[in-house]
Design a protein around this ligand. Structure first.
Ligand SMILES: Nc1nc2c([nH]c(=O)n2[C@H]2C[C@H](O)[C@@H](COP(=O)(O)OP(=O)(O)OP(=O)(O)O)O2)c(=O)[nH]1
Length: 177
């Protein structure tokens, strides 16, 4: 198990024994936090969905460094600081790998966003999200995200990657494990 994973804090042997893929997901907010930059994913996992920016954490970096790197690779924005906002775990039917996604926001970033090979960015009002073109779980935790809360969620998907058959979602005071 990757030592950066927070899985050791979940008391479920079945959960701990599964391989985890560590991923980041970061949302740039405009300074009054009224708008969020999403990207339309052009290829790979989640293609044609709007999402924040992110991807796999590399072995030599911290999770927040991974979030900052992916933001630049996918949108050309350079984050000066990030805030950890949530951890999400995804389980897919017939897939032994648990996806452990660390969610961040940033209000301190530099540069102009640009379309990249992976993402076509676009600003949205935080209360006007394109949920019909996003991952199904997003509308569940987004209200916590925009109210400035921290959260931990677990979502069990069928193989279709659309149907959620079970979920656990809770606000937490801290994500410093
Ligand atoms: N909003 C949201 N994001 C999700 C969900 N599931 C999930 O993996 N993600 C995010 C986490 C990552 O940011 C992204 C998946 O990472 P990725 O496959 O694009 O990773 P990558 O960029 O390293 O991959 P690549 O370069 O090899 O294509 O999708 C979800 O249910 N909701």
């Amino acid at each position: 198990m990757d030592s950066r994973s927070v899985s050791k804090h979940i008391e479920e042997l079945e959960y701990q024994s599964k391989p985890h893929r560590l991923l980041t997901l970061i949302f740039p907010l405009n300074p009054p936090r009224a708008q969020v930059l999403l990207g339309l994913k052009k290829r790979g996992f989640g293609q044609n969905k709007y999402n924040g920016f992110g991807g796999k954490v590399e072995p030599q970096e911290s999770i927040s460094q991974g979030a900052i790197r992916e933001l630049t690779e996918e949108s050309c924005l350079r984050a000066r600081s990030v805030n950890k906002r949530g951890v999400l775990f995804f389980y897919f039917e017939n897939d032994p790998v648990t996806m452990e996604v660390h969610v961040f926001d940033t209000v301190e970033y530099e540069g102009e966003w640009e379309e990249t090979e992976e993402m076509a960015p676009k600003w949205f009002g935080v209360g006007d999200m394109p949920f019909d073109r996003m991952w199904k779980d997003d509308e569940r935790w987004w209200p916590m995200f925009i109210r400035g809360k921290k959260f931990i969620g677990r979502f069990w998907f069928l193989e279709d990657q659309v149907t959620i058959v079970r979920e656990e979602l809770a606000e937490v005071d801290s994500l410093e494990f």
